[in-house]
Design a protein. Structure first.
Length: 452
């Protein structure tokens, strides 16, 4: 476990930036970062960005051929691994901008095809400050914060939350690979004030009893527990709201490409299942087919690295209004998610277009079915997916963990949903396949169960 203060990180950031500049790198250059998820890595990302050098953040667990493919695409000027990072920490201190001048370049997971690099370029100092404040002000990062990092640091959200905390003067604790018992101990002994988790992290804490309101971990030190990354089953969400201080649990909907919404726990309790309203400076719209679009501020725009066709398909020009001021056109983007808006602008997600199951010509959205099955007795986790079917084209299936039976889950589903939504087959499994961030990989289920 590592504890990093703002002052310690500032020294590391200046050293890494100075070492990169000394090696001839300049603003706009890309540096591949394939290191362990340490506190020093977070400092290296921030230091690079504060001189306009853009880290291409890679998962150090990638196999050699996977990493080589991404490096070929990114074409970095320099590559940093753990041993090189150690050397850079001895670099000459550089003068840094007040905030990052860009976003890191991340590759999306590739579950919908070839991995795409999300590129924002180098921003002006004014745009960079607005980009930073957009996140830091929303979550209230401050010098009294101790942020608990639970997700791998090669992903965007943990960098945003940990980096924002450090740059506002707070400290960060990095326990390493997620272990529910260790995280519970850190909460008990170090009393963090904020954390970002994916729902599977919360689920693991719940399984060991850490979220119990009677004999669980004392979570009273938290002012913010933010979660995102995958649907949060209503029973788990309720358990989190009860375990953490009133008003501290927030959900947000976003992606590597950009941020869409934020949702206070009170809003969720009034409208169960919503992921909230558009974040400041943004406007949401939903096409008749359910595709969600977000009108983004100029400083939040992006492109897909060296992929003009995908970039073109992700953006369009939309009308946008802010109060009484109406701008005739505003750039809006989509990541292919499906949802619906109510009359007050609250958004519900129906799934991703790539997850869509078409059975007998009718669309079935896995996220909707999962939210229902999560309430079935004995179901711990659930993932819904489609399998090829001679009669229906696809049939709805579900893999579940927990102490239940196929018949019990099917009977429950029939009691809660229209027949076309109900799974035709239930598979009881020991665990569900996940990405390194803990997201469930529906696409892997067919192979895991022996159908591919």
């Amino acid at each position: 476990m590592e504890l990093l203060t703002a002052a310690e990180s500032e020294v590391q950031q200046r050293a890494v930036a100075g070492a990169l500049l000394q090696r001839g790198l300049k603003a706009g250059d890309r540096v591949a970062m394939s290191t362990s998820g340490t506190a020093a890595m977070l400092s290296a990302v921030l230091g690079s960005l504060r001189v306009g050098i853009i880290p291409v953040v890679l998962n150090s667990a990638l196999l050699e051929h996977e990493r080589a493919e991404l490096l070929l695409n990114a074409d970095p000027a320099f590559t940093i691994d753990d041993s090189v990072l150690t050397q850079l920490l001895d670099g000459p201190p550089a003068e840094l901008a007040a905030v990052p001048l860009a976003r890191p370049m991340h590759y999306t997971s590739g579950t919908s095809g070839t991995p795409k690099g999300v590129w924002s370029g180098v921003l002006s100092e004014d745009q960079a400050q607005r980009l930073f404040d957009d996140e830091a002000d929303l979550w209230g990062f401050n010098s009294a914060d101790l942020h608990l990092t639970c997700s791998p640091l090669h992903h965007s959200a943990p960098i945003r939350f940990g980096g924002g905390t450090l740059l506002r003067g707070g400290s960060v604790v990095v326990p390493g690979k997620f272990d529910a018992h260790q995280i519970a101990e850190v909460i008990q002994t170090h009393r963090p004030t904020s954390s970002f988790m994916v729902p599977s992290h919360l689920q693991r804490l719940r399984v060991i009893g850490a979220l119990s309101t009677t004999d669980g971990v004392d979570c009273s030190s938290f002012r913010l527990l933010a979660h995102a990354g995958e649907p949060c089953p209503p029973p788990l969400k309720t358990a989190a709201i009860q375990a953490f201080p009133k008003g501290s649990v927030w959900e947000f909907y976003g992606s590597t490409e950009g941020q869409f919404t934020a949702c206070a726990s009170a809003d969720w309790e009034e409208r169960p299942g919503t992921v909230g309203q558009a974040r400041a400076g943004r406007s949401l719209s939903v096409d008749p087919d359910g595709t969600i679009w977000c009108a983004a501020p100029e400083y939040a725009e992006f492109s897909y690295w060296r992929d003009a066709e995908r970039t073109e398909s992700a953006w369009r020009r939309d009308p946008f209004s802010r109060g009484e001021q109406v701008e005739p056109k505003r750039n809006s983007f989509t990541v292919g998610d499906l949802g619906r808006l109510d009359e007050d602008g609250f958004l519900w997600l129906d799934g991703r277009r790539d997850d869509l199951i078409i059975s007998g010509g009718v669309n079935v959205y896995p996220a909707e079915v999962e939210s229902v099955l999560a309430h079935a007795a004995g179901v711990q986790e659930v993932a819904v997916f489609g399998l090829a079917d001679d009669q229906w084209g696809q049939k709805v299936c579900a893999a579940v963990t927990g102490s239940t039976t196929e018949a019990a889950v099917i009977d429950f589903a029939k009691s809660q949903m229209a027949a076309y939504k109900c799974p035709k087959a239930i598979y009881i499994v020991d665990e569900l396949p996940r990405t390194s961030t803990g997201k469930i990989q529906r696409r892997e289920l067919a192979a895991q169960l022996g159908f591919e």
